[in-house]
Design a protein around this ligand. Structure first.
Ligand code: DGJ
Length: 730
């Protein structure tokens, strides 16, 4: 049993693999949160609820129990207005214009398995034995408002998922002003909050801050999860490190506007919250209607950040990502974007693909510029038919030329967008997000299709499906290159305009579900100017994401390291590009560009035909190496060894699940004269086995590599790197 219920003590004890989560219903029906952390036995856990009588600025909720105040009670789904002054998880405007509600326990069910979230991406189980789900129903007596809180605990992972369903069971229309996916009260504030923040070409840098009284939060108001903030935060207990200590990570399975943060109150309790951003959000709930929040995934680790990341990686690789590619090694690709930009023809494409084949590459991807009249970024988004000026014999001909080389063929789309200069826009000027009478703000000369409309959704499904059916295409890059402005829909009534941003996401998810399930043999990679929508929501539909438009090997150290805090390495696209690098102008060696890109879904994004013979030999060796290690990179356990945020050196490694096979990548950014001697320790190996280092006859004890480590390599140039391949000696 993973969910225990003791009726007498009104106690729910949820148990994921090594994790406990404890809920208690108070005498008067408030749903209190008692504990989340390392698994504990059930010995009077209700004692964890300590109530203290406070001053009058902390109102008592029950006249006969002065110590019970909602303002101090740790709660599972707090409201605002009837004595809790902290951050509420939900807010509902009632027909009388007020927002005071009072949710109390009504009933609960415990079921095997994990029910799906209708219309939203979520983790799943393949058999009901893998998990149990608790549904707690809370009710506001006066209005009939119901909130159903769902908790799923996985037997095999230290993961618990949460979501909430708000049901209008009353007789009048309600306005939902906020509905978080989770709210979690911690008894104290002795934590650091970690977040992944950045910008376009500088995504998911690791930032940490000590919790302080008041609010610390991140959010997106951009209509997508964004380059700037990722829908993830972790709390690190005092002294927690990469390998040790309690870490609590929460990640939202959602790709739109979100907020996540922690409020520290007057008694230094910390309330963590996460969900759809209430900013500019309002949802009308008519009698009988319900609203489903996205899912939040919670991972507890007692093995520091590294343990937390590996739990997220295992869960997401096996129970978030779906489809045929979930368990398949991913192809090595060459993409023509940085090789040609918009300037290509079929011969040029074929020559890049031919060289790719010679070098051992498996998939050619034709990026932007093959459709409409798209010679630059000012036109044609929405016109998903081939540009006969560029490709006079059509797409089918080009695909067959590439296929004849025994290469797979992939294609770029940006389906959610519309160029004002397009046939589609001339035919349907009201199909974009817009507000009547206001400017339609362009970014990269484009507007955003209103995905909340079913006619728009149908158009996208049909036009993309037609292309995918017209030729043997086995990979799609699904791009999205701007954020939302003038978020209004021509079809929604005034009172529903503030539903547009979330309705857009529901429309997008529905389109993705249709297209990805109709083309199960196609590998989908999501992209939003690189990593502007690198989130668990997109991973549910598309098993990999283009990590960043910045392909510089040095910049990529921080971007890939930060991304790995939550997302599995098998979800990160990583390519070798040309030097000087097109984003930062840096010169780095082919070897280091390769070694950094090898730590992801490997590929090239440059004109392969320009390689010298010597470079071709090196590239062939890189590709062979990747073919040898990709099962480790994509499906092994990932260990971070040295952080690019803490020093000049970065190292990480991949270990097979049976600990017989390992691959280590070490990169030094700037060279020091007369460098100091140093060692770095490996992780994840079996201390009782010996490992042979490929290329040498040397054998190392696993214990030696773990506890004494390897000598830090010495280089004589900047941006230098080295990889190590270890195999256990049988
Ligand atoms: C942004 C993407 O991130 C790039 O890789 C490329 O596909 C361009 N869009 C094409 O417009």
């Amino acid at each position: 049993m993973t969910i225990l219920y003791d009726q007498q003590r009104s106690l729910f004890h949820l148990q994921a693999r090594d994790t406990s989560y404890v809920i208690h219903v108070t005498r008067t029906g408030y749903v209190a949160h008692l504990y989340w952390g390392k698994k504990v036995r059930d010995v009077q856990l209700e004692r964890l609820l300590e109530l203290k009588e406070r001053a009058s600025f902390t109102p008592s909720t029950e006249l006969d129990q002065l110590s019970l105040s909602l303002d101090t009670l740790p709660q599972e789904y707090p409201g605002y207005g009837n004595s809790d002054f902290r951050m509420p998880a939900y807010a509902v405007m009632l027909p009388n214009g007020t927002t005071v509600t009072d949710l109390r326990y009504e009933s609960h069910t415990i079921v095997n398995g994990k029910p799906a979230l209708i219309g939203l991406p979520a983790t799943y189980v393949e058999s009901d034995e893998e998990a149990e789900t608790l549904e707690l129903t809370l009710k506001d007596e006066l209005t009939g408002l119901l909130v159903v809180l769902s908790y799923t605990v996985f037997n095999a992972f230290n993961a618990i998922t949460r979501s909430a369903r708000i049901v209008n069971n009353g007789e009048e229309t309600l306005q939902l002003q906020r509905a978080f996916s989770l709210s979690l009260d911690f008894a104290h504030d002795r934590y650091e909050m970690l977040q992944l923040s950045g910008a376009w070409t500088r995504e998911r840098h690791v930032h940490k801050r000590k919790l302080e009284p008041g609010l610390q939060a991140i959010e997106s108001r951009r209509g997508s999860s964004s380059h700037m903030q990722n829908p993830f935060i972790a709390l690190l207990s005092e002294g927690a490190t990469e390998d040790h200590g309690d870490v609590y990570g929460v990640n939202l399975v959602y790709s739109g506007n979100f907020t996540a943060g922690v409020e520290v109150d007057q008694f230094h309790s910390a309330r963590l919250f996460m969900g759809i951003n209430p900013f500019d959000f309002n949802w009308r709930l008519q009698p009988g209607e319900q609203f489903q929040t996205p899912e939040a995934v919670m991972v507890y680790s007692e093995q520091g950040l590294g343990g937390m990341s590996r739990s997220f990686h295992d869960l997401y690789r096996s129970r978030l990502i779906r489809g045929a590619f979930r368990d398949q090694v991913r192809p090595i690709l060459v993409n023509n974007w940085e090789a040609t930009y918009f300037n290509f023809n079929a011969d040029k494409i074929e020559s890049i693909a031919r060289t790719g084949k010679e070098l051992g590459i498996e998939l050619f991807v034709l990026d932007d510029g093959w459709f409409g009249k798209r010679d630059n970024d000012t036109t044609s988004l929405g016109d998903w038919f081939v540009d006969r000026n560029k490709l006079p014999n059509g797409l089918e001909d080009l695909v067959s030329r590439v296929k004849r080389l025994d290469m797979q063929f992939g294609l770029w789309f940006e389906p959610e967008m519309i160029s004002p200069e397009s046939e589609l826009y001339r035919a349907h000027p009201d199909w974009c997000l817009h507000v009547d009478g206001r400017r339609r703000t362009q970014a990269r000369h484009q507007l955003i299709l209103d995905m909340s409309r079913t006619d728009v959704q149908d158009y996208i499904v049909k036009s993309i499906s037609d292309i995918l059916s017209s030729a043997p295409i086995t990979y799609v890059k699904w791009d999205m290159n701007r954020n939302m402005t003038e978020i209004g829909s021509a079809l929604l009534p005034p009172e529903r305009q503030r539903e547009t941003a979330h309705r857009y996401m529901l429309g997008l998810y529905s389109v993705l579900e249709k297209i990805t399930s109709s083309f199960p043999h196609v590998l989908f990679e999501s992209c939003s100017g690189g990593g502007g929508r690198f989130d668990a929501g997109m991973l549910y539909y598309m098993p990999q994401t283009w990590t960043s438009d910045n392909s510089d090997a040095v910049s990529r150290l921080k971007i890939q390291y930060g991304t790995s805090i939550v997302y599995p390495v098998s979800s990160m696209g990583a390519h070798v590009s040309a030097v000087p690098n097109h984003q930062v102008g840096r010169m780095t060696s082919l070897e280091t560009r390769g070694n950094v890109a090898l730590s992801g879904n490997f590929g090239y994004e440059l004109d392969l035909t320009r390689f010298t013979e010597e470079e071709k030999v090196a590239v062939k060796a890189q590709i062979e190496l990747y073919k040898d290690v990709r099962h480790l990179v994509q499906f092994g356990d990932f260990y971070r060894l040295l952080s690019p945020f803490e020093g000049n050196e970065t190292a990480w490694m991949f270990v097979s699940k049976d600990q017989s096979d390992a691959f280590v990548v070490f990169v030094s950014v700037l060279q020091e004269p007369n460098p100091k001697l140093n060692r770095f320790r490996l992780k994840g190996l079996d201390p009782n086995r010996d490992y042979r280092l490929q290329g040498e006859e040397t054998v190392y004890g696993g214990d030696q590599l773990l506890y004494a480590g390897l000598a830090t390599p010495q280089f004589n140039s900047d941006y230098a790197s080295k990889v190590y391949r270890f195999r256990a000696v049988e």
